[in-house]
Design a protein around this ligand. Structure first.
Ligand code: PAF
Length: 306
């Protein structure tokens, strides 16, 4: 029997399915539920999150629903992926609202482990995914991918779902997770889901909650810069020329702390410093008001000259 807390949904979301959703907090209860579903021949998906759910997370649930019969959303603000000076304490926590959103979107179970369940006393193991986790966020947040790798490996091994869905908003994270899962033979298929933007073009993020109206107006320059880089490549600019166009937009918007604005190979994340002759992606990370925001966009390769 799976023992869980039943959260009664307080309000219907988007007019979609309403009802109760169970929250489990231990690996034992999570596994009991997953095993019961598997015994019934059901396909199970895991959507790992840190909570403070928004429309971007809902799109991950939608993607999971196309691949599986039962959807688990995990909610855990993972301390090991924050440096001491970062926003772990301030990170928004709103479990009841999150539970209502997951129920309303057709999720079936929330896994919200305690810190002790994830990191018991004398926890000693680390995972370092080389190569792909260097550069970009690996440079500006050196602790980050180690923390993500260990918590995601644990979540995947705890749930043993058939598939797990991650957003392309955190594109480098998605590639790091895919590499780790392949290297360690973790038996879960990793699915990437497209980035979701709000109507004004800002990439959805739990950290957007930190932005004032003025910050938000300034943050829109990120999307504009990515578009400018993509368009410049489309009209024949080399990677460095295109990056200059994007950087000009960020600077004109008054954004001063730019961690990176890079054009990289979409698969290997190798930096491109000449003509863009293979599928690429442009990545940005910048500080706006109290938030560090990231965004990225696909950049099609230039067609070879006839
Ligand atoms: O992308 C996130 O929300 C987190 O990095 C993840 C994958 C849930 C691990 O804590």
């Amino acid at each position: 029997r799976v023992v869980g807390l039943i959260v009664r949904q307080k309000f219907p979301m988007d007019g979609s399915m309403t009802g109760d959703i169970k929250i489990v907090r231990t690996v034992k209860d999570l596994r009991a539920q997953v095993e019961a579903w598997k015994k019934d021949g059901l396909k199970v998906a895991l959507v790992p999150t840190m909570g403070a759910l928004h429309i971007g997370h809902m799109s991950l649930i939608d993607e999971a629903k196309t691949k599986a019969d039962r959807i688990i959303v995990s909610i855990f603000v993972n301390p090991t992926q924050f440096a001491p000076h970062e926003d772990f304490d301030a990170y928004p926590r709103q479990e009841a609202d999150d539970a209502a959103m997951v129920a309303g979107r057709g999720g079936h179970l929330i896994y919200a482990p305690t810190r002790d369940e994830m990191y018991p006393e004398h926890f000693s193991t680390s995972i370092q995914v080389g190569g792909i986790s260097q550069g970009l966020c690996g440079d500006s947040r050196p602790h980050f991918f180690g923390g993500v790798a260990i918590v995601v490996a644990k979540l995947l091994l705890q749930a043993l779902a058939h598939v797990a869905v991650f957003g392309e908003k955190d594109y480098q994270q998605l590639l790091v997770i895919k590499r780790m899962v392949r290297d360690l033979n973790i038996p879960t298929e990793i699915i990437g889901a497209p980035l979701v933007r709000d109507e004004d073009g800002l990439a959805t993020s739990s950290r957007n909650k930190y932005l004032s109206a003025e910050d938000r107006a300034q943050a829109l320059a990120l999307n504009r810069a990515l578009k400018a880089v993509t368009e410049a490549v489309g009209s024949g600019a080399t990677a460095p020329q295109a990056i200059v166009k994007g950087a000009q937009i960020l600077m004109a918007a008054g954004i001063e702390r730019i961690d990176y604005l890079d054009l990289r190979d979409a698969e290997t994340l190798e930096l491109i410093d000449g003509p863009v002759t293979r599928p690429a992606r442009v990545f940005v990370a910048a500080h706006v008001g109290p938030a560090r925001l990231i965004d990225n966009m696909a950049v099609p390769a230039m067609p070879p000259e006839a």
